[in-house]
Design a protein. Structure first.
Length: 143
């Protein structure tokens, strides 16, 4: 039965990985080619919803609080898409700041980069703070 439940929510991770593909398209492929951008608003809104709802769920379910906050849900590879989005954004910044001044290419939209960075840092940061506070409170109660 546990096997069945694991795959019941696998679609959430799959959507996360698809978003990684959208960010890679917009930040790594588009500057060097003439391909169409994936809609930035859709990407960033979807990222915010996935991070916000899954982070809130983890916080209120209080799963594995003894672990580090980035692995508090105990989901392992299923949550690996989150740092991939972060690294993809880092690549977008690298293209804009390091490559673009020397090569004539289409730079990534700064407002979209900043918005995506704000979403991922804001939601994951709030989640980490909440988990750390809850963990510290439980440690005090155990003493």
């Amino acid at each position: 039965m546990a096997y069945k439940i694991k795959y019941k929510r696998l679609w959430i991770s799959v959507i996360g990985w698809i978003l990684v593909g959208g960010f890679i398209n917009n930040l790594y492929v588009h500057p060097f080619t003439d391909i169409e951008l994936v809609d930035w608003n859709g990407l960033i809104t979807s990222l915010g919803i996935l991070l916000g709802i899954s982070g809130t769920r983890d916080y209120f379910l209080r799963k594995s609080l003894a672990k580090l906050p980035e692995n508090a849900s105990g989901k392992g590879w299923q949550r690996m898409w989150i740092p991939w989005v972060g690294w993809t954004l880092a690549g977008g910044y690298f293209i804009n700041c390091i490559i673009a001044p020397y090569i004539d290419l289409q730079v990534n939209d700064w407002s979209q980069l900043i918005t995506a960075l704000t979403v991922i840092l804001g939601i994951s940061g709030a989640r980490d703070v909440g988990l750390r506070k809850k963990d510290a409170k439980e440690e005090k109660e155990e003493e």
